[in-house]
Design a protein around this ligand. Structure first.
Ligand SMILES: Nc1ncnc2c1ncn2[C@@H]1O[C@H](COP(=O)(O)OP(=O)(O)O)[C@@H](O)[C@H]1O
Ligand SMILES: [Mg+2]
Length: 174
């Protein structure tokens, strides 16, 4: 079992879309996946209720997250989707994860606004050296080069080579 937590203090950066995308990628590569929706808005659960997904999505409660993770333990990949603006839940999900994924759109402004999230994660890593943290570029437009200011803002950050493209299907899913 591998646990991924999709985290950012900022809302609307693509956390839920990324969490579901990662579960779909795991499924497509023959691995079982389970999404724990720890956002009280329940966007991942609502998405699953509208479109049949080839993996399960269940609601998670902040105070039961560790037990719910344990209960979902038969899946090869467990992906935790989280709400924005919750330092507590960010630290909780981050402390339970093997890997933290921080989604961000490829614009300098958005990347600059990542700092508070990365600061908090750096503090968590000081306690948990085995925790991997990776930034994933999402809403990425293949036809446009990464803006220079975005490239500069990304310097020194652990950015995944894999990017999530800007897809109409995702925009239309709202
Ligand atoms: N890869 C993508 N391509 C197109 N639209 C996207 C993509 N990822 C996210 N979006 C859109 O961006 C908005 C915010 O995404 P969402 O995953 O709900 O963010 P968060 O969970 O961080 O609040 C939504 O309108 C969603 O449809
Ligand atoms: Mg969300």
């Amino acid at each position: 079992m591998k646990t991924l937590a999709v985290l950012s203090l900022k809302g609307g950066v693509g956390k839920t879309t990324t969490a579901l995308h990662l579960a779909a990628v795991a499924h497509a590569s023959g691995r079982s996946a389970h999404v724990l929706d720890a956002d009280p808005e329940r966007s991942a659960c609502r998405w699953a209720a509208h479109a049949p997904l080839p993996f399960s999505v269940t609601a998670a409660e902040p105070d039961r997250l560790a037990r719910q993770l344990q209960a979902a333990g038969q899946a090869q990949f467990i992906i935790i989707d989280t709400p924005p603006n919750s330092r507590e839940l960010l630290l909780r999900a981050g402390s339970l994860a093997d890997t933290v994924i921080v989604p961000v759109a490829p614009s300098g402004l958005e990347i600059d606004r990542l700092r508070p999230t990365l600061e908090l994660l750096a503090d968590l890593q000081a306690q948990r050296e085995d925790l991997d943290v990776a930034v994933v570029l999402t809403r990425y437009n293949l036809r446009r080069r990464l803006a220079r200011e975005a490239e500069e803002a990304l310097e020194g950050l652990p950015v995944l080579a894999a990017r999530i493209r800007q897809l109409e299907a995702y925009t239309d899913s709202d």
